[in-house]
Design a protein. Structure first.
Length: 214
């Protein structure tokens, strides 16, 4: 059992890094950011704080939100989201450094990079789900709302992502004096396609489940 858990956590960390790669490629496409990163990204364009740091801060707020909503139903295991958030923030900053020079100029090149980023992000999400050990704070927050409201996870997820995009737009308008920065057509495309890519990889990576159990 310990061997299986170890493999699951290793797989989860790999999924986290792939997630970070996907998010950074989407941002580097210069057509917006992924919905979950839209608010931190917008803030990072205004203040001298890294995207990874702001992402970690947002995740911590979401963990606090879960605790306030779930109260006694908030399991101690969910506290693992704290170190996970820190690791994910580090991965995001590392990937932003790795891809620092990536800057497509043609719109078609930006679309290709955006699609690649969405596919990689979908792969990361799929791997995280397969690991089945802990969730990133964004998904865990959505799950907590779904538990308390009795609504479907997917419906709450769409509402949550939409709320983050709206907050990013409002924040951008306030900080950049009427302009919207960090939220573009790429943000909407990511919202619509990452889940599709995740389902695609779920079917083709089913063999990983057998590996984890052996």
């Amino acid at each position: 059992m310990n061997k299986e858990i170890t493999k699951r956590y290793i797989l989860f960390i790999i999924g986290l890094f792939i997630n970070a790669v996907g998010i950074c490629l989407i941002i580097k496409a210069d057509l917006g950011s992924s919905p979950i990163s839209s608010l931190p990204y917008t803030l990072s364009l205004k203040y001298p704080v890294s995207l990874g740091t702001l992402t970690t801060f947002l995740n911590i707020l979401l963990i606090i939100g879960q605790k306030l909503m779930l109260r006694k139903e908030f399991r101690k295991r969910e506290l693992l989201q704290l170190p996970v958030s820190l690791i994910f923030g580090i991965f995001v900053d590392l990937c932003m450094i790795i891809f620092a020079t990536l800057s497509p100029q043609l719109y078609i090149s930006k679309l290709i990079l955006l699609t690649l980023g969405c596919a990689i992000l979908g792969l990361g999400v799929s791997i995280e789900v397969m690991a089945d050990v802990v969730m990133l704070s964004g998904e865990a927050f959505v799950k907590a709302i779904a538990m308390k409201s009795g609504k479907e996870f997917g419906i709450i997820k769409v509402f949550f992502d939409s709320t983050l995009m709206i907050l990013a737009c409002v924040t951008s308008i306030i900080l950049f004096l009427g302009g919207i920065v960090g939220v573009r057509e790429g943000t909407v495309i990511a919202a619509l396609t990452v889940g599709i890519f995740a389902r695609f990889f779920n079917k083709r990576l089913a063999f990983i489940g057998n590996y984890l159990c052996n």
